[in-house]
Design a protein around this ligand. Sequence first.
Ligand code: PEP
Ligand code: MN
Length: 338
Amino acid sequence: MIIVLKPGSSDADIEDVSRRVKGMGFKTHLSRGDVRTIVGVVGDDRAKEQLLALQSLDCVETVVRILQPFKLASREAHPDDTQFKVHGVPIGGTQLVVMAGPCSVESRPQLMAVAEGVKAGGAHVLRGGAFKPRTSPYGFQGLEEEGLKLLSEASKATGLPVVTEVMEPDKVEVVAQHADILQIGARNVQNFSLLKRVAECGKPVLLKRGMSTSIQEWLLAAEYVLAGGNPNVILCERGIRTFETSTRYTLDLNAIPVVKKLSHLPILVDPSHGTGHWEYVSAMSKAGLAAGADGLIIEVHNNPAEALSDGPQSLKPDRFAKLMAELRPLAQVLGRSL
Ligand code: PEP
Ligand code: MN
């Protein structure tokens, strides 16, 4: 349920409504729009009658049942787009965000070369995996904590905030010490204990769509993080499994306008995992932005032929810079900036 307050409601009105709702055993989430404030009611909706009675308060315009199963993630509960900053980098406004870097952190020289390369190309956030979810147990599993330290070093050297994946609840604390954004990978989107743990860590969360996750399931995964008290969730479409084998996955561009309609959360596109081939990354980056994405996350490697993971889908730094130069005028046409 949401309680929509009348325009011009005072802080005391908001406080009064929140207190009454909490008194019924619910949690509240405030959404202050330009005109209206909405009090989101989180918890079991069965005490509906009690909540509906709040309609009799002078400051309440209406009490509405949210029809979507995801409540806090829904646009009904939060009509304005979510926007926030990560170390001064805007996420979710008219300014597009580009996160770029290697699939895996492999060594200091590799990470530094790629970090400097993506910074020169105009990236806003450095990506790089230290804990790697690999399909094969024989694949490179990541440098783990050593990789996190290298990411911190690269972040200091370039001034770029860092996004990196966390795979286990017990590692959330150490990853959060080094990362500015915690990535939940496609394979962990429904790892509910991990979602609850990242909800508590206070850092923004980049939540990738699972390769077989419906949009509703994905938004319910986001709901775990929001309901756990962390409002800073960034969604990321990274391709879903279909019958098509010419590309690694099928980048579901439909998901962008659908998510924009259903949710207020910012959404990025990952054309690297979405296609699996560097030659298609440029076209799908442009398509993703044209479809309304708030930014991109792109794999870049200084020597893709020898990369320890995802070399075939990685751009070299010069190709990344060329792509960024092509995206700038596109952003302008779309009424965004880059
Ligand atoms: C990655 O970003 O390197 C990664 C493993 O992504 P995904 O979870 O989308 O496969
Ligand atoms: Mn990868």
